[in-house]
Ligand binder design. Structure first.
Ligand code: PMP
Length: 288
């Protein structure tokens, strides 16, 4: 496998970064998870825009243009002969000393991994996921904005561990006020009386690229959609629930904390959304 690392494609065995890189020492860095479908990179520009916003938010100056990063992403996919896959684009603060000071890190590092995608097992797309609510709260936006896609994922990892201890593949994380924020690696949507609702970034949701796509799909389908604060009560009483993410795509949820949602089977609005999503990913995107 070829990895793009700081301007060159290298073998994965040679793709190494310093132990003094602050991305490793402190999680000081940002990333994107991107999908390649049939030789097209889905919503690449949107991912690169979010990367730029994340960089700006942590005062990290990207020394590459959007076009240069875009070219590097496509080049990495081509070098690995991929047509379908998952792309991990990472920018670290770079090499510094053992202190926190980001200004001592002279140059950010960039690396890009393009690999096969490991999705949820196929049966969950037809039967639906059973998820739980975990005790670990989503980080307060005043402490670290969840809109920043940073390398510091320990908050989500703690929640993921709790989900697994409870036998679930994904978990709802509440914010510090008890409102639904998102899942450990996915955004959450509910359908109630024909309307799609999802928590806002202010409630602790990452502004997911797939989440944005759901807003556009809902418009196309003529289904009302809005950001709304949600409690577990709203999820229990929803007609349908589904999750979205670059890796997960759009996946239905049929149980929360052992309670059946709606009819206990993936619902009709989810079905229409998924159909539109699958069509879009195959027909739109940046050719590699
Ligand atoms: N929330 C979190 C915490 C995430 O890590 C992700 C990405 N895996 C998402 C939501 C979904 O975002 P996107 O649709 O951009 O992949």
């Amino acid at each position: 496998m070829k990895i793009y690392l700081d301007g060159a494609l290298v073998d994965s065995a040679d793709a190494k970064i310093s132990v003094f890189d602050h991305g490793l020492l402190y999680g000081d860095g940002i990333f994107e998870g991107i999908r390649l479908y049939g030789g097209n990179v889905f919503r690449l520009d949107e991912h690169l825009e979010r990367l730029e916003y994340s960089a700006k938010a942590i005062l990290l100056t990207l020394p590459w243009t959007r076009q240069q990063i875009s070219d590097a992403v496509c080049e990495t996919c081509r070098a690995n002969g991929l047509r379908d896959g998952y792309i991990r684009l990472v920018v670290t603060r770079g090499v510094g000393d053992l202190g926190l000071s980001p200004w001592l890190c002279k140059l950010p590092s960039i690396f890009i991994i393009a690999d096969k995608i490991a999705l949820y097992p196929a049966k969950y797309y037809t039967e639906g996921l059973e998820i739980v609510t975990v005790a670990t709260r989503r980080m307060n936006p005043a402490a670290l904005s969840p809109a920043i896609k940073s390398l510091n994922y320990l908050n989500n990892i703690m929640a993921k561990i709790e989900a697994r201890q409870a036998g679930a593949l994904e978990a709802i994380m509440l914010n510090d006020q008890g409102f639904v924020a998102e899942c450990t690696g996915d955004n959450i949507f509910i359908v109630h009386k024909g309307k799609i609702l999802t928590p806002s970034a202010q409630q602790g949701a990452l502004k997911g690229i797939t989440r944005d796509e759901i807003f556009s799909i809902a418009k196309e389908l003529g289904v009302p959609i809005e950001e709304h604060s949600l409690t577990r009560y709203d999820v229990w009483n929803a007609d349908e629930v589904f999750l979205t993410g670059t890796g997960a795509e759009v996946i239905p949820v049929v149980k929360l904390d052992g309670r059946t949602i709606g009819t206990g089977a993936p619902g009709p609005i989810f079905g229409r959304v998924l159909e539109s999503f699958r069509r879009r990913v195959l027909t739109e995107g940046t050719r590699i």
